[in-house]
Ligand binder design. Sequence first.
Ligand SMILES: [Zn+2]
Ligand SMILES: [Zn+2]
Length: 291
Amino acid sequence: MDVVVPTAAECRTRSRAADASRRLAACGVDLLFPLQCLVCRRRLLRAWPAHFEQTGRRAAAQPPWVFERFGSRALGFTIQFCEECFDRLLDRRRACPRCGRPVGPYIVADDDCPSCRKRSQAYRRVSRLGVYDGVLRQVCIRAKSPNGGPAAASLALALFLHQRQRLESPGYDAVVAVPTHWIKTLTGHHNAAYTIATVLARCLDLPLLEKALIKHRRTPDQSELPGKLRRRNLIGAFRVSDAQAVRNKRLLLVDDILTTGATATETSRTLRRAGARAVDVAVIAIVEGTR
Ligand SMILES: [Zn+2]
Ligand SMILES: [Zn+2]
């Protein structure tokens, strides 16, 4: 059988044609189902990074490959925030690198802050998009609703773009989502942590360890319990079902909201006991004033 090897020029033409058809298909989808900002409902001309290209602003914050890899709504990974609403999600105050909580301008917080300095923490550090308040709180609540996939994916992409260097520099080996009990998945509850972890794993080009960490005991809802009981409520609730997958690995543990840190602490401890070398946490929002 003859094998026809295309020339370099033919390859370039083909790749340009494939590129053009992909963009044409994306435009068609946008015409039929126009994208709207999830917060203010303003129509977005195209998927977010391309929208920013059109406005000619924030060029450094938008790696072009994000549109190429995540712009297709067929994949469900599109940022659906306009530029103004994206800015309102962020918390621009200085954050403690260890616990992720905002710190005042005159406080020394190079490695930790006064509120976490004396506390032992099973995870090394926290990366987050903003504080659980205002617009970010609204979108986080939406991300947990039964149709919360686009909101959760948009938040995950926003987190990646905002904290890209912090998420890439430690050189993680894999991403793990904070799991929910399987009964909860039967009740139409959207697992926001899992969607966020999926998007972050793709952005960081890392494997997502889907079944390595499981929640094997049902627990009362954390939001209904005071701080001390939250920690007790979760003791022994998680289990590593695939120790080989986590042993000696640097893991990025992903959840949607960090309140007292009880869930992050218990899941990190479980992973460390199973042999994980280090665990860092990435969340969309951090709740201020809770410990
Ligand atoms: Zn908006
Ligand atoms: Zn701190």
